[in-house]
Structures are given as structure tokens and as C-alpha cells.
Design a binder for this molecule. Structure first.
Ligand SMILES: [Zn+2]
Length: 476
């Protein structure tokens, strides 16, 4: 046997061994699902390498407790103070929902009339009960809170907080750390520095703000997470100035291509100005000017059938956010099954809480996954769901009985369709394959009992959603 054929035989042998191992692990995963307690399955999925979160709104990703901690720590918020409107002279039920817990910076507070100012309290001075209520006001944690509470109340309540660039950046950092801890390798979040203002309310020039964010991301505590971060620039689709804002978004992304890798359109589609066909001419004009700007666009986050996803593909999107009603548009579904070029970013918990699919057993995700439409799992506005990416995987595995190869496919899809630079994407994919192989080695014990025993060392971090939905919480 020549050296060459010996080497070929060895490669073939080791490949056979590797595939045998993968097949064994798949079988073992089926046993694990059957035998594990909910807490053990959750720990397994927390430790799982998860690829990327491609559908993530930086403004909606922040856990209330984390935001509270940043807003009350001058060392992390640039020396600002935050006040929230909580003591009312009128009857509480006469107070508009957007007014209660509206939270403002010191310079805004200082400009209020004395009568209104009397209704505000510094965040640090809230009683423990008020503090808990404040946190609850920034998430969908109670029955009956659905898309109206989300779109109309929560966003206005917090709109003043993010203008503090220190807070916005520290919120991002807190997310980077939490996501890295649950096995995420890549975060492509919808983040910008627009409307940043200093503590006196003076606008911060955009390039100054970008440089500030870059410096923070280069700090050792962020670098040590190993998480790769890229941004999308998002335009609100129903804005009366959406055309102009879209042009500005293209110019901005073009000038910051190392960090900003795509453009998105977000905001409620049910609004009369939110429909995608409205943007066909502007996108074509911008494409005539700018090469290679990737588009991920929210579409099909709707209750009934329409042509929004088809129209959004015509806009040039290669990723669709949500795609809930794709199932009601057979021609476009066929197109995506056959082309396999466009990924649908699935957001299970979001779709449940905003009542697009209140019963997740009826979610079209398994149909897309199992008929060849590339999909991945994402967190959307996880701060407002009080959840994490593990919750999405746990939901998918327990509701749709995902196989091991499907789980790995979801992670690979999220990286294959990432908008990061090609060399970054290739490195992420190679690292992901290595991480999955290492995970299979770690948890591929001879018996399922041994695997379950190894899971005792995993210490998942859970939030209110896991507690409320499955009764899952873990000792720190
Ligand atoms: Zn979204």
C-alpha cells in the first residue's frame, strides 16, 4: 500500500468513526429527551453551542434588572441620573399607561414643571415594590399583555433611556456577556448610535459615538467573551420619512462596513404605511448606487394572509424576519423551499407573546424546517419577553421534538446566513463545527445516566419567562 493510499484509508477510517459517533450521539439525544427532567434538558440546551442570533433588537434585548443596574450606577452610565414617573396626584387608573414608569434622564427631569417633577422619583430611590413594578413595566409578564402593550406602551416608556450612549453601550455589553455564557458565537443585533445626547442633552456627533462604541467593544471584558458582534441598521417602516431614512441607512452602513453589515426594516406591518411594496423604488435606487449591502427585512409578522413576504423578496432581502404567514402564501413558500437561498429568522417566544401564534404547537416553524426552508432560532426583543436563546431552543425541542441533526442544522444555518464578512463567517462555521464535535465528546457518554450526571456541572442562567412558563430556575 502506497503512502498516499494508506493516508486515504486512514482518512476514510477516521471519517467512518466520526460519523458513527455522530449517529450514536443522535440516538443518545433521543434517549436523553425521553429520560431527562425538564431542568436537565434545559441545562443540556444551555450548554449547547448555538451559532448566531440574527434577529435581535438592541433596544428590546435588555433585561429590566440589567437596565436598572446600569441606570443607577454612575460609573456605568456616564454620571447620569434617571427619574421615573411613579407618584401621581390623580387616581392611578386615570393615568395613561405610557405615562406610568416613563423614565427620563436628569437633564429632561430638570426641565419639567415643578408639579410634574413631583411625580418623578430617582430610580435609586424607588421602594423594593416600586422597583419590582418598574421592572415589570418593561416586559410582557402578565396575562393579557400582548402586542398593544408591547408596541404602544413599553417602547415609549423606555425611549429616554437609550439616548444615554453609555447606557446603550453597557446594555449591549451586558447582552454580549449573557449570550456568550449560553453558547452563542455570533450576535448580529439591530443597533445604532443615532439620537445619542450627552448629560446636558447636547447631541453627540455620530462619529464620536461610533468611536465610543468601538472603544468599549475592544475592552478586555468584551474581547474575553469571544463573541463576534456585528450590527444591522434598522429603519422604522411606517415612519413618514422612511425613504429618506433608508437612504441615510445605506450611506451609514456603506461608511462603516466593518461593523455594520446590513439594513433592516422593522416596525408593525399592520400599520397602513408599513407594507413592503412601498419601498420597491427606493431600494432599487439605492442598489444602483451601493454594492453589496445585505438586507434582512421583517415580513409576514401578520395574522392573516398577504403578499408581504413575496414583496419583501422583491425588495432584495435574503433574510426574512418572522415569516409567520409564509405558510399562507403557497407560491412564495414553494419558492423558498426550492431556492434554499433565503433564511427565515424564527422568533417563537415573540410570536407567542405578541399573539401572532398564541398556540406554538401551530407555529409553521417545523414545516419550514422540514421542507427545506433555511431557518434559525432568534430572540427578537428578549428583554421584553424576559427570556434568552436557550428558552427558544427549549421551546423548539419540547414542542417540535427536534432531532440532534436538526438542532445542529439550526446553528449552522444561523452562521451560513450571517451577514458578517465572508472570512469571518467561514471562521465562525469552522469554530462551530469544532464546538459541536467537542460538545458531542463531552456529553456523548457511554450511558444516558452518565450524560445526565455530567449535566449537573452546567449552571444555566434563566429569567422570568422560563420560571413562569416551565417553572425552571437554577441556583446561581
Ligand atoms: Zn424583530
Amino acid at each position: 500500500m502506497s503512502l498516499h493510499s494508506l493516508r486515504s484509508a486512514l482518512v476514510a477510517f477516521s471519517l467512518a468513526l466520526a460519523s458513527l459517533t455522530a449517529a450514536d450521539f443522535s440516538a443518545q439525544f433521543e434517549q436523553l429527551k425521553a429520560r431527562a427532567t425538564p431542568a436537565q434538558l434545559y441545562a443540556f440546551l444551555y450548554a449547547l453551542p448555538k451559532g448566531g442570533d440574527l434577529h435581535n433588537h438592541a433596544g428590546g434585548a435588555n433585561l429590566a434588572e440589567s437596565t436598572f443596574a446600569i441606570c443607577t450606577d454612575p460609573a456605568r452610565n456616564g454620571g447620569d441620573t434617571f427619574y421615573t414617573r411613579v407618584h401621581f396626584t390623580g387616581q392611578p387608573d386615570a393615568v395613561a399607561a405610557t405615562v406610568r414608569f416613563r423614565t427620563v434622564r436628569r437633564h429632561v427631569y430638570a426641565a419639567l414643571s415643578p408639579a410634574v417633577r413631583a411625580e418623578y422619583v430617582a430610580l435609586a430611590d424607588l421602594t423594593p415594590d416600586e422597583r419590582a413594578e418598574w421592572c415589570n413595566a418593561f416586559r410582557l409578564d402578565a396575562a393579557g399583555e400582548g402586542r398593544f402593550e408591547f408596541f404602544q406602551n413599553i417602547w415609549p416608556r423606555q425611549s429616554g433611556i437609550g439616548r444615554n450612549l453609555h447606557v446603550r453601550t453597557e446594555q449591549l455589553v451586558a447582552n454580549i456577556k449573557a449570550f456568550a455564557a449560553e453558547g452563542l458565537a455570533y450576535l448580529e443585533t439591530q443597533f445604532d448610535v443615532d439620537d445619542s445626547a450627552d448629560n446636558s442633552g447636547q447631541p453627540i456627533p455620530r462619529e464620536t459615538a461610533v468611536a465610543f462604541v468601538r472603544r468599549r467593544l475592544a475592552q478586555p471584558d468584551v474581547v474575553a467573551t469571544g463573541l463576534v458582534v456585528r450590527f444591522q441598521y434598522t429603519v422604522l417602516r411606517f415612519s413618514p420619512r422612511a425613504d429618506t431614512e433608508l437612504a441615510a441607512a445605506y450611506a451609514f452602513v456603506d461608511a462603516h462596513r466593518d461593523l455594520w453589515v446590513g439594513v433592516n426594516l422593522a416596525g408593525i406591518e399592520e400599520n397602513g404605511f408599513g407594507y413592503p411594496a412601498r419601498f420597491l423604488v427606493p431600494f432599487r435606487q439605492l442598489r444602483a448606487r451601493y454594492p453589496g449591502i445585505a438586507l434582512s427585512i421583517h415580513a409576514g409578522e401578520m395574522d392573516g394572509p398577504d403578499r408581504h413576504i413575496r414583496d419583501t423578496l422583491l425588495l432584495g432581502a435574503t433574510r426574512i424576519g418572522h415569516g409567520v404567514n409564509l405558510i399562507q402564501d403557497p407560491d412564495t413558500l414553494l419558492l423558498l423551499q426550492q431556492s434554499q437561498r433565503v433564511l427565515v429568522e424564527i422568533n417563537l417566544i415573540s410570536n407567542r407573546l405578541l399573539e401572532y401564534t398564541p398556540d406554538l404547537a401551530k407555529h409553521p416553524f417545523p414545516e419550514y424546517l422540514r421542507t427545506g426552508v433555511p431557518v434559525c432560532l432568534n430572540t427578537d426583543d428578549r428583554g421584553m419577553w424576559d427570556s434568552n436563546l436557550t428558552d427558544e431552543y427549549y421551546t423548539a425541542v419540547t414542542t417540535f421534538h427536534l432531532s440532534w441533526s436538526e438542532i445542529v442544522q439550526l446553528g449552522r444555518n444561523s452562521l451560513t446566513h450571517a451577514f458578517a464578512q465572508p472570512e469571518v463567517r467561514a471562521r465562525l462555521l469552522a469554530d462551530y463545527d469544532r464546538a459541536v464535535a467537542a460538545f458531542e465528546t463531552t456529553y456523548g457518554a457511554a450511558t444516558v445516566e452518565a450524560t445526565l450526571a455530567r449535566l449537573a456541572a452546567v449552571k444555566p442562567v434563566t429569567y422570568g419567562y422560563a420560571q413562569r412558563t416551565w417553572g425552571l430556575s437554577f441556583e446561581p
